[in-house]
Design a protein around this ligand. Structure first.
Ligand SMILES: Cc1ncc(COP(=O)(O)O)c(C=O)c1O
Length: 386
């Protein structure tokens, strides 16, 4: 059955677009909101950015906070999750001999961020193997048992990139805290795909994207930090928020904001803030289209595909149905990942990534509200020819 949501997206009708996970896709009403904000800005850029931006961003953050179960004051917009990870990595006072633990399923750019931060401080990034097939109930213990005397922080994805697994991070965060170890959760894929309650989740730091599964315009990420950590966070770009010291007033509060998070992290020189201001429109779009039902339909389609392909290849899924949301990794025989991706695109008009983990290859399928059974059938038929 064709998805009624398809017409709301600008996606190329020739394509079976099964890669929402990489950069998201933004529906028309949200793009229209983005353009309305940009037009409003250009009527008087000085009034918009110089006199109204902090208040407008506060309103957008309040809507996002309700959506992710957080206090607005604990959130700050950043362009993307990569930036959120960079801010925490640059702010953590690592000393020689310290250690940061990460799962071995982390996203390459964020892993590289920690590699650099650790190398610069004489600290070590240690990857902890989370074996496949994934055993959900062992995840937290596996990470916690790797804690050593110099472990300062645990870095873990909420939904992993190459393997699409939902890591049960709630238990990890509370138990790490009990052991005096900080947690940073990379929720790049979580908002819009998993229901969130960040206050209850209890990470010290949580970064996420609105531009992936929440379908906001690109450039809409956020960083969440518990209040006790606000003063320890530093921007990767120094700007007006640093003038006159923490909490001081420059006379520019209408655009730098007034809290330490706003002042240091939100204003980083002139930029287009329309993507951030459009996050409430994305939340409204999903609410108006009964997104819990959309998510459930997509999840059911994704896991059914995973089982059909596994039956065909004889390669078992790497997790149970509850370990996945709207993305699933289809195990395929060991392959040249790039050659397979290109072949699926060029011969079958399927946009889908082929990922690698632990010497294995996966076709990582994203199922979003605009996808229908025909998209998945096209992929299934193409895989049978390979
Ligand atoms: C787990 C994970 N973290 C971080 C990112 C980076 O997201 P962004 O490019 O929006 O910073 C991705 C992107 O796919 C990801 O999969």
């Amino acid at each position: 059955m064709p998805s009624t949501l398809r017409s709301q997206f600008l996606l190329d009708p020739e394509l079976a677009f099964l890669n929402h996970g990489s950069f998201g896709a933004c529906p028309l009403p949200v793009l229209q909101a983005l353009h309305r904000w940009q037009f409003a800005m250009e009527r008087n850029p000085v009034a918009f950015l110089g006199r109204r931006s902090a208040q407008l961003l506060r309103e957008a953050r309040t809507a996002l906070a309700t959506f992710v179960g957080a206090q607005p004051s604990d959130l700050v917009f950043v362009p993307n999750a990569t930036t959120g990870v960079n801010i925490v990595a640059a702010s953590l006072p690592l000393t020689p001999g310290d250690e940061v633990l990460a799962t071995d399923h982390e996203y390459g750019a964020c892993e590289a961020t920690w590699e650099r931060a650790c190398a610069g401080a004489g600290a070590t990034l240690r990857r902890v193997t989370i074996p496949l097939p994934f055993e959900r109930e062992r995840f937290a213990d596996t990470m916690l048992s790797a804690i050593g005397p110099r472990t300062r922080l645990i870095f873990a994805s909420h939904v992993s990139s190459t393997t699409a697994l939902i890591f049960p991070v709630e238990q990890l965060c509370s138990q790490a805290r009990a052991r005096g170890v900080l947690t940073l959760i990379d929720g790049a894929h979580a908002p819009g795909q998993l229901p969130l309650d960040l206050d209850a989740l209890g990470a010290d730091f949580y970064t996420g994207n609105a531009h992936k599964w929440l379908c906001a315009p690109k450039g809409a990420g956020f960083l969440h930090a518990r209040a006790q950590h606000h003063a320890s966070l530093h921007a990767t770009v120094t700007s007006w928020g640093y003038v006159a010291g923490d909490g001081g007033h420059t006379g520019f509060d209408a655009y730098t904001g007034s809290t330490v998070l706003e002042r240091r992290l939100q204003w980083q020189g002139t930029r287009d803030i329309a993507a951030w201001l459009s996050v409430p429109a994305a939340i409204d779009f999903q609410r108006e289209h009964d997104w819990p039902a959309v998510r459930a339909r997509c999840h059911a389609m994704a896991v059914a595909l995973m089982h059909r392909v596994a039956a065909h290849t004889g390669l078992a899924p790497i997790g149970t149905d509850q370990d996945f949301a709207q993305m699933v990794p289809l195990a395929v025989p060991h392959t040249d990942a790039e050659a397979l991706r290109t072949r699926l695109l060029e011969r079958h008009a399927i946009e889908v990534p082929v990922t690698r983990h632990g010497g294995r290859s996966f076709v990582r399928v994203s199922v979003q509200g605009y996808n229908d059974d025909d998209d998945l059938a096209r992929l299934e038929a193409a895989l049978r020819t390979i």
